[in-house]
Ligand binder design. Sequence first.
Ligand code: DGJ
Length: 551
Amino acid sequence: MKRFFYILILTLIVFPFGKISAQNTPKIIKHGNAYQLIVDGKPFLMRAGELGNSNASTVSYYKNCVVEKLKNQNINTALIPVYWDLIEPNEGQFDFSLVDSIIKISQRNNLKIVFLWFGAWKNSMSCYVPSWVKQDVKRFPRAESKDGVPQELLSPHSQNNFEADKKAFCALMNFIKQTDKNQTVIMIQVENEIAMLPSARDYSKIATTAWKSNVPPTLTNYLKEHKNYLTDTLKKYWTGELSGSWEKVFGNSIYAEEIFSAWTYAVYTNGIAKSGKEIYDLPMYVNCALNRPGKKPGEYPSGGPLPHLIDVWKAGALNIEMLSPDIYFGDFKKWTKSYHRQDNPFFIPEHQYDATAGAKALYAFGEYHALGFSPFSAETKQAQFMPPVLGATIDETVKKGTLTELPSAFNLIKLIEKEIIEFNGTSRMRGVLLDSINQRDTIEIGGYKIVAKHDYTLGWSPNAKLPNWNIEGAILINIASDEFLLIGTGTVLNFLPQKDKNVGILEVKEISTEDGKTILRYLNGDETHQGRHVRIPDGQWGIQKFKLYRY
Ligand code: DGJ
């Protein structure tokens, strides 16, 4: 009996907050060639949606105008801002009632949360800092442009700015740790699209002193150790020097200035993340506004974890697990490829909520084994059709651009979650993205060479005659020898001959569910073009299981 009480007391000391334990805290782990987000002890796929910026600023709006809209779209994770000015309206006096309600409402509705720390910076600016920070420019100095004009953005070189930001962030992490016993909050974004504008670096006095000082050895050692793998920008602008001023090590150009900004932001953000993690060790990431092609540093938000600066961030921000792109303009494959690295778990925290988002979500999970995909303003936006529907009437545009695409994609991901998790980190799961009608994705998988092409190439889809086209996407999984799952939309698969053998189709079955029961519909004849291809038509979102053979 006495022993029982000792154990009880010991348990209460070790686990003072009920369920939560370090073991159960959400975390990101390496898994084969990819990563997994572990939540409640199991791999978790974020079918996510980010809220419009001001839609978590009152409890009633979140409760009445957001939650249902997210759930109706098969979203299981909400990316929700926490506003520094609302949680610390007066210095040192914190009010977490809004955060508390949002956690409780989300939990009741089975939604996990990624909190976005709208702290010192939001899209380069400092619009979310409390008024007691905004108004005291002496204590909380501003960044300045090249011509010496103070900007409405805090200088990342000021220790006061850092300490105030850190204090508020730590209070938030402490609040989450103390109250979120069910681990509704699974991840944290530190700041939002951190970056410098309108110059490539801050030109305030403290910044210029830092610019003239020596490059820290942590950065030059990283460059030396990763010499052969550095991004092109670093290869080009690193003079090869291992010590000395920023100008000596990177030359005198706006690119050198941007590298300096990236380092400054990386170290700052890392300091915030590290202090927060010491309180509650949730996974943390930094998101990035991408640089528009053709623009120079200072013309685009500069110094964030951009593709050409990832190495600087990796060297300076060891406590941040992920650097993640916000994708609002073309060439999805190019952008995603540059963030798919062995040292970087893959996550898309923001994507334009247009009619391409569904296909791209499938591609992100299939090709890059993403932890998640999240369109922006998921609860408010009507999908815009992209590319523009040339010559189509408004009705057609609305019809083509309905919100059905992302929810359909998320529904498929939900249905094959088990397989996505099983084949995560292996070469047996791949993605297809047909972002033009002529695009061919040739995929080597399970000992076969498979060519994926757009449904419209067949020439008999009724929609193919419209002056527009849908972007199509799919996931392809080699579930067993000669056996595959195709999950997606608008995709036709052909099978290339191998050595001296042709490849044929043994059987194709469409998988669907009805009242919780799995239905297998046998497909042949026209549906496979008499055995020539496997096809999910444009406009349908489906799962097919097929077997191949060689003859
Ligand atoms: C990217 C930002 O991160 C979001 O908060 C929002 O401002 C969107 N841009 C708007 O397009």
